[in-house]
Design a protein around this ligand. Structure first.
Ligand code: HPA
Length: 279
């Protein structure tokens, strides 16, 4: 058995010993959405600290727990607080929770984040459906392959599932919420980018930039999950405006956009849940 899978089985046992719940949809909450999980019908929670060998988030404002419950009738597991590469964890640690949620039974992974707008047509407060990605952080699949999860050289031609994207697009349309669509690029952070780096990533084809998500989407694809993702454009990226970027500003805009974001997430999860249950 691969070392990665051995570790996952240990984590899974901690979950299974305490909680009897099989989620259909896994949801990762980005900045601004942290308290979304508090508003759902909660069945159980599991602190990351209570899971043997589980990496813990060190960022202020990021809670560290899984929440199990219902959005509408959809059984969900929610990550309240994610693990970031810039915190110093190995990529294997960063994506461990994603793999664990797959083991719990989740077939669909819904990723959310706050991101900087690179595309000139975007505005702070916009939402962007992620159509594709560029991962400039190291691949989470480097090292021993967890054969139990997926193949050594997995295909990445449909990272953000076409059909699931259509479902989210329609949910936004029916709610009257404007939804941009574009390419997300993950850099390592934790520093925000320089103006030259933003010009570079625009040239490379990115529409939004952030410090998470792409590595999680790769690990999920590897493990056979269907993935969908939405970025909240919390700020225009460096160099587009003259103002220096601060985490406080990013957080503030993400918080302001949160009520609408929550509506979009709820409606999307309800529709995605039907798709996951039909599998
Ligand atoms: N750059 C990188 N990550 C981010 C940004 C940004 O401008 N905004 C929110 N997360």
């Amino acid at each position: 058995m691969s070392k990665i899978y051995e570790r996952l089985e240990k984590c899974y046992k901690c979950f299974k010993d305490k909680i009897d719940f099989v989620p259909d949809v896994a949801l990762v909450l980005g900045s601004g959405l942290g308290d979304y999980a508090d508003g759902i019908k909660i069945e159980a929670t599991l602190d990351y600290g209570d899971i043997e060998d589980f990496p813990k988030s060190t960022v202020a404002g990021h809670k560290g727990r899984f929440v199990f419950g219902y959005v509408g009738d959809v059984k969900v597991v929610i990550m309240q607080g994610r693990v970031h590469y810039y915190e110093g964890y190995k990529m294997e640690d960063v994506v461990l929770p994603i793999r664990l949620m797959k083991m719990m039974g989740a077939k669909v992974l819904f990723l959310t984040n706050a991101a900087g707008g690179v595309n000139y047509d975007y505005h702070a407060g916009d939402f962007m459906l992620i159509s594709d990605q560029i991962c400039m952080a190291p691949s989470p699949l480097i090292g021993e392959n967890a054969e139990e999860l997926g193949v050594r050289f997995p295909d990445m031609s449909n990272i953000y599932d076409r059909d699931l994207r259509e479902i989210v697009r329609n949910a936004a349309k029916d709610l009257g919420i404007k939804l941009q669509e574009g390419v997300y690029i993950q850099l390592t952070g934790p520093n925000y980018e320089s103006p030259a780096e933003i010009r570079m990533v625009r040239t490379l084809g990115a529409d939004a930039v952030g410090m998470s998500t792409a590595c999680e989407a790769i690990a999920a694809n590897h493990a056979g999950m269907r993935v969908v993702g939405i970025s909240c454009i919390s700020n225009m990226a460096c160099g587009i405006t003259d103002k220096p970027l601060t985490h406080a500003e990013v957080q503030e805009t993400a918080d302001r956009a949160a009520p609408l974001f929550k509506k979009l997430v709820t409606e999307s999860v309800i529709r995605l849940g039907k798709e996951a249950a039909a599998e």
